[in-house]
Design a binder for this molecule. Structure first.
Ligand code: BTN
Length: 248
């Protein structure tokens, strides 16, 4: 069982296409240390979840990627990594002013608006994870957002003050270290409980749409695979992958 430090080394860039792409190149071209962080002031081609772009004002937010080698984790359990990262961000944001909720699969909502997102890109060897690039975009001090972004906010908008970027990064990296070490200690049940405790709409009746149309349902659990388990009003239960269900 290994214990990991995150942010040693810390590679700081002024500008890059995407810290995730840069991290993947580092992994391919060198013997990179596990826990290396690539931080940038600006991304020209920031990547978001599901093929979207991540657009972020230069110098106002946290944009970084963490390199891991979680080779003891079965690929089929890779969502546990995502749960750890969501919980780490949730815990970091919480003191700013609640409620802070994780919207499945991994958007972080502060007072109902998106304050952070993550893009985790893994490689798999045999049945296990091999390398993992954890990209995090967190809105720190940005106050104006392009109108096409759905429902954004930042820590500064909610708290009414500016945040120091390096202090914030440090706190967030410590939170990530805590939650990722919980994974490295294989405490899977705790990881899931922590994620579910902060999951948006858990056990609440709400409106959704799937391929069969609109319905009322209740999120009851998350499968080990990361699929969302929803109970419909008519009593049937279904599991959904990303993009198979819309939250209305
Ligand atoms: C999402 O769509 O919610 C995920 C956004 C992830 C953005 C971060 S910013 C740093 C890292 N580099 C990227 O290109 N994307 C991630």
């Amino acid at each position: 069982m290994k214990n990991i430090r995150i942010g040693h080394p810390l590679i700081q860039l002024q500008s890059v296409d995407s810290t995730n792409t840069y991290a993947a190149q580092l992994i391919r071209n060198s013997e990179v240390t596990e826990g290396t962080v690539i931080l940038t002031v600006y991304q020209s081609m920031g990547k978001g979840h599901g093929g979207n772009r991540w657009i972020s004002e230069a110098g106002r937010n946290l944009l970084f990627s963490v390199i891991l080698r979680p080779d003891f984790i079965l690929a089929e359990r890779q969502f546990y990594l995502s749960m750890c990262v969501s919980s780490a961000i949730q815990e970091f944001v919480m003191p700013v002013g609640g409620p802070v909720r994780i919207k499945w699969p991994n958007d972080i909502l502060l007072q109902g608006k998106k304050v952070a997102g993550m893009l985790i890109e893994n490689t798999v060897l045999n049945l296990n994870l091999h390398t993992s690039v954890i990209g995090i975009g967190l809105n720190l001090n940005q106050k104006l957002f392009p109108p096409e972004l759905p429902n954004p906010t930042s820590l500064a908008l909610v708290a009414g003050r500016e945040f120091n970027a390096s202090e914030s990064l440090n706190l967030l990296l410590r939170s990530l270290e805590f939650h990722i070490n919980r994974l490295y200690e294989e405490r899977y049940a705790e990881i899931k409980t922590c994620y579910l405790n902060n999951l948006y709409r858990l056990n609440e009746w709400a409106d959704y749409t799937d391929s069969t149309g609109a319905f009322r349902g209740r999120i009851v659990d998350i499968a080990d695979s990361g699929m969302l388990i929803v109970k419909k009003e008519n009593g049937t239960e279904r599991q959904y992958g990303f993009k198979e269900i819309v939250f209305n």
